[in-house]
Write a protein that binds this ligand. Structure first.
Ligand SMILES: *Cc1c(COP(=O)(O)O)cnc(C)c1O
Ligand SMILES: [Zn+2]
Length: 405
């Protein structure tokens, strides 16, 4: 029903082989389905509760999955924020509502299940934070050890806390994410650890269910655009694959334009898009408040650029100030709490509406990738500490009604 294939030279590999890139040319791998052999009918999905495993017929795992009940995240209709931005129809797909608070759980339920299916006894990843939190939790559930490499001092506190509490071996690398990823790839090539960064094509098979769910939640239709942050560039690739498969199966009649947003200080994919190139020039010193997308050499860049070009999409940058403003707007106007990287989708939407790239009558879905609780230090940094007062009613009223005599 499916095989693993190189996107560059089309070489096919055995599905039970432990490989992450093409053995012939080093190209990225993709899991490809023979959709004509998929028996699934759309009607069979109606009424079934949302979850990653609702779409099991299209997920390349044979064993009973290692699951913490991931997916099934809310798709909020955000009329007040839509009005503020000046657009007709806006939805926010809040991936922060997954078990460990980010969309990485969709990838890990599939990736860790695959590790077990392949007989691997341990797992590893490099991470800007959320991948490590998610991998640690799923490795615990699967009863196997996990090693996670983080850029020392550059990971949001909530994410480190999760990885530590779930019992992974948490290692800070004196370098950035790109250094950590290079190291863990080397480590997994030499030792029997299954690599679960998004270079692993099975992880993306879990994340493609974001696209499935949006189509499902919109009553088997596609929005005009899907906007999301781009870091290592796996998620935009995966979501586009999800929509494309549903279109090829006849479940929806078109795919959305894919819009990738990066932070100004960390934007190799946007630079490539602006230069109309199919690959990136790595950025050696990426910097942004949105630590989840502080990545200078995204491994899935080629796939992501394909998704953007093939869908007639777009890519743009936003500043850290725009990210913080969007994070506040979402929290204060819609009650949706997200981490900084996630707010780039809203900041990007606002910029693209203001610059006329997106029409005001379009139907747009923004993906918010991670939960507000992930990065409490950033929140205190931008909102300040709570006010402290003496424990009496006069002092209390004075801070609540500062203008009274
Ligand atoms: C991982 C992550 C991203 C980036 O996703 P990629 O697939 O690496 O492009 C964005 N936001 C959050 C919160 C993340 O955890
Ligand atoms: Zn190849």
């Amino acid at each position: 029903m499916y095989h693993v294939k190189c996107i560059k030279c089309n070489t096919e590999f055995e599905r039970n082989e432990v490989i992450y890139t093409c053995k012939k040319c080093g190209g990225l791998l993709v899991v490809e389905y023979d959709l004509s052999k998929i028996k699934l009918k759309r009607e069979e999905l109606d009424g079934v509760p949302l979850s990653v495993w609702k779409y099991r017929a299209l997920i390349p795992v044979e064993i009973d999955p290692i699951s913490l009940k991931e997916g099934g995240t809310p798709l909020y209709k955000c009329d007040r924020l839509a009005e503020l931005i000046g657009i007709k129809e806006l939805y926010v797909k809040h991936e922060g509502m997954n078990p460990t608070g980010s969309f990485k759980d969709r990838g890990m339920t599939v990736g860790v299940s695959k590790a077990i299916e392949l007989g691997m006894k341990a797992v590893a990843c490099a991470s800007t934070g959320n991948t490590s939190a998610s991998l640690s939790a799923y490795a615990s559930k699967a009863k196997i050890p996990a090693v996670v490499l983080l850029p020392a001092g550059k990971v949001a506190l909530g994410k480190v806390a999760q990885a530590l509490m779930h019992g992974a071996k948490v290692i800070g690398i004196k370098g950035n994410f790109d250094d950590a990823l290079r190291l863990v790839r080397e480590f997994c090539a030499e030792e029997e650890f299954y690599l679960l960064n998004s270079i692993n094509p099975f992880r993306l098979e879990g994340q493609k269910t974001i696209g499935y769910e949006i189509a499902d939640q919109l009553g088997w239709s596609s929005p005009d655009r899907v906007i999301l942050p781009v870091g290592n560039a796996g998620n935009i690739t995966a979501i586009f694959k999800g929509f494309t498969e549903f279109k090829d199966l006849g479940f929806i009649d078109r795919v959305p334009k894919m819009i990738g947003i990066q932070a100004e200080g960390s934007s190799p994919v946007v630079e490539a898009f602006r230069a109309k190139k199919n690959d990136i020039v790595p950025e050696s010193n990426p910097e942004t408040i949105a630590t989840a997308i502080r990545i200078g050499n995204p491994v899935n860049a080629v796939k992501a650029l394909n998704a953007i070009y093939d869908s007639g999409g777009f890519a743009d940058t936003v500043t850290d100030d725009e990210i913080v403003q969007a994070q506040k707007d979402l929290a204060r106007i819609e009650g949706i709490g997200v981490e900084p990287a996630s707010a780039t989708s809203i900041a990007g939407l606002k910029k693209l509406v203001d610059t006329g790239v997106i029409d005001r009558d379009e139907r747009v879905v923004c993906i918010t990738t991670g939960h507000l609780l992930k990065d409490p230090e950033e929140v205190v940094g931008i909102c300040g500490e709570p006010i402290e007062v003496e424990a009496n009613i006069e002092a209390l009223k004075k801070v609540i009604f500062p203008d009274l005599p």
